[in-house]
Write a protein that binds this ligand. Structure first.
Ligand code: NAI
Ligand SMILES: O=C(O)C1=N[C@H](C(=O)O)C[C@H](O)C1
Length: 254
């Protein structure tokens, strides 16, 4: 049985994962962390990670970017593997993630779904052919009106996947309102839409002369992220220090 701490347990994803774990005999949430207290849970909840002294095998994080620094410090201090799903981290935090990965097992992924992680691979081969043929690349993401970061972590990860296949030759363009000039060939445009209860849509557009290819992932419920995170927690518990991603979890499940 894997013992898990749920960081951000009273948020939308924290509650989706609480429900998944309740029905899974291989994993148990032994403690939660959240400063928001308006939710009843079957496990003890602490208002900050430092207060949690419960024995565990792994931490799963869906909270807020501002909470990541203290979470990483805690995981190093307690030698705990961590599945990091919160998006919107700044450069300093991304560097801290790398440093933490030298001391404990860290799996960071902006999207825990099988679909998006498969799309990342498909994009690499498409980009190699289409960019060489002169196609422009644009990404449009859509999310609910409660999301605080933009563009989404997934949109950035999709762009990174494409750029990796293209020898990092592309710049990301988030805003076209500040200058009057034509689009540069070596750019990936990234646009964010926010509204209603949209769970998450990511569309990658390859636009060429007289033809367009669109590759799109639509999340119809948050459970796809929750299921992936729980599988990642089971995978990461007991792993040595290092950086892991969802591709490792998917490969281990085959
Ligand atoms: N990697 C992935 O597949 C996915 C990532 N996310 C990301 O996960 C994060 C959370 O998403 P939601 O659950 O929708 O947000 P939410 O706002 O519903 O929940 C976040 C929870 O974290 C809590 N929190 C705030 N500060 C905290 C702290 N210092 N320690 C512990 N908990 C704290 C809040 O009180 C809240 O209950 C966002 O960054 C989102 O982009 C969301 C869905 C999928
Ligand atoms: O905030 C969300 O809801 C989501 N955030 C992640 C992101 O920023 O990419 C993943 C998913 O799209 C849902």
């Amino acid at each position: 049985m894997v013992r898990m701490i749920m960081h951000g347990c009273n948020g939308k994803m924290g509650q989706v994962i609480t429900e998944i774990c309740r029905k899974d005999s291989e994993i148990e949430i032994v403690a939660g962390v959240d400063p928001y207290t308006g939710v009843e849970n079957a496990y003890p909840v602490f208002s900050s990670i430092e207060e949690c002294e419960v024995e565990a095998d792994v931490v799963v994080d869906f909270a807020a970017a501002g909470a990541v620094d203290s979470l990483l410090d805690y995981c190093v201090k307690r030698r705990l593997p961590v599945v990091l799903c919160t998006t919107g981290l700044n450069e300093a935090q991304l560097a801290q993630v790398e440093e933490t990965g030298r001391q404990v097992a860290v799996l960071k992924s902006a999207n825990m779904s099988l679909g998006v992680n498969t799309l990342m691979d498909l994009l690499k081969s498409a980009a190699k052919v289409l960019a060489t043929a002169g196609f422009d690349i644009e990404i449009v993401e859509k999310h609910h009106n409660q999301k605080v970061d933009a563009p989404s972590g997934t949109a950035l990860a999709l762009a990174d996947s494409i750029n990796e296949a293209l020898d990092q030759a592309y710049e990301y363009k988030y805003d076209r309102t500040q200058e009057r000039k034509k689009r540069d060939k070596k750019e990936i445009g990234i646009q964010a839409v926010r509204g209603g209860s949209i769970v998450g849509e990511h569309e990658v557009i390859f636009a060429g002369m007289d033809e367009v290819i669109e590759m799109k992932h639509t999340a119809y419920s948050k459970s796809i992220f929750g299921k992936g995170a729980v599988e990642a927690a089971k995978f990461l518990a007991g792993k040595p220090a290092g950086r892991y991603d969802m591709k490792d979890v998917i490969a281990a499940g085959k």
